[in-house]
Ligand binder design. Structure first.
Ligand SMILES: [Zn+2]
Length: 201
C-alpha cells in the first residue's frame, strides 16, 4: 500500500510558489505520504526539478504529470514528463494520454476551470473527488459524478503554497511503482482521505 498526493503545484506554475526542494524534503520527512504527482499548469519543468532533488532520497516516489488548461477545463495527466501537442482540447489531451498509457483525471470538476458535466463526453480514467482546496460540497458533487460515470475517485491536495501541502491523499493498493499504481487506480483499488492538516469547510 502506498499513500500519494496526486495533485501538487510548484513555483513553475504561474499561480504557485512552492519550491521543488520543499516538496522533496517534506515528502521524505512525511510519516505516511510517500508519493507525489507534480501537476503544474501547462509545464513539466517543476516535475524535472523535484525528481532531480528527490533522487538523493530513498523511499519516495515522484510521479510525472501536468494539469493542462484545455478550452473546456482543467485535465490532469499522470505519467507524462512531456506536454501534449497543441491545440489543447479535451479530446486531443485525452487521446495523447491514451496512446501513451498515461492516466487522465478530471481535476476539481465543479470548481472554477473544472469540466463539470462536460467530463461525461470523454473517456477519462478517474475523477478527482477529494481536492484539498475545494469545499466539501464541491467535492461531494465530484463524488456523484464519479459514481455516475463508473470511475474511480482520487484525491489531490492541489497545493499552490507550501502551507497547503499534504492535506489529502489517495491510498493505493500498490507498491512504489508507477505502473502498479496506475493499474490499481484503474481497478479502483484505492480510497481517499484527508489528513489532520486538512482545512475543513
Ligand atoms: Zn491544480
Amino acid at each position: 500500500m502506498i499513500r500519494a498526493d496526486l495533485h501538487v503545484h510548484t513555483k513553475y506554475s504561474s499561480d504557485a510558489s512552492i519550491q521543488p526542494k520543499t516538496i522533496a524534503d517534506q515528502l521524505y520527512a512525511h510519516s505516511s505520504i510517500k508519493a507525489v504527482a507534480i501537476t503544474d499548469h501547462n509545464t513539466v519543468e517543476g516535475y524535472h526539478k523535484v525528481r532531480k532533488l528527490a533522487s538523493a532520497y530513498e523511499d519516495i516516489l515522484i510521479i510525472p504529470g501536468v494539469e493542462i488548461s484545455t478550452n473546456e477545463g482543467d485535465v490532469v495527466i499522470l505519467g507524462t514528463a512531456e506536454l501534449p501537442p497543441k491545440p489543447w482540447t479535451v479530446k486531443t489531451v485525452v487521446n495523447f494520454a491514451k496512446e501513451r498509457n498515461n492516466l487522465t483525471i478530471v481535476a476539481h470538476p465543479y470548481r472554477a476551470y473544472g469540466l463539470g458535466d462536460k467530463a461525461k463526453n470523454y473517456d477519462f480514467d478517474a475523477i478527482e473527488v477529494l481536492n484539498g482546496v475545494s469545499t466539501s460540497h464541491i467535492n461531494r458533487m465530484a463524488e456523484d459524478l464519479a459514481r455516475e460515470m463508473g470511475l474511480p475517485g482520487v484525491a489531490g491536495g492541489d497545493a499552490h503554497v507550501a502551507e497547503e501541502l499534504w492535506t489529502v491523499y489517495t491510498e493505493i493498493q500498490a507498491s512504489a511503482d508507477i505502473d502498479e499504481i496506475f493499474s490499481a487506480i484503474r481497478k479502483g483499488q484505492i480510497r481517499v482521505a484527508q489528513t489532520e492538516k486538512s482545512i475543513h469547510f
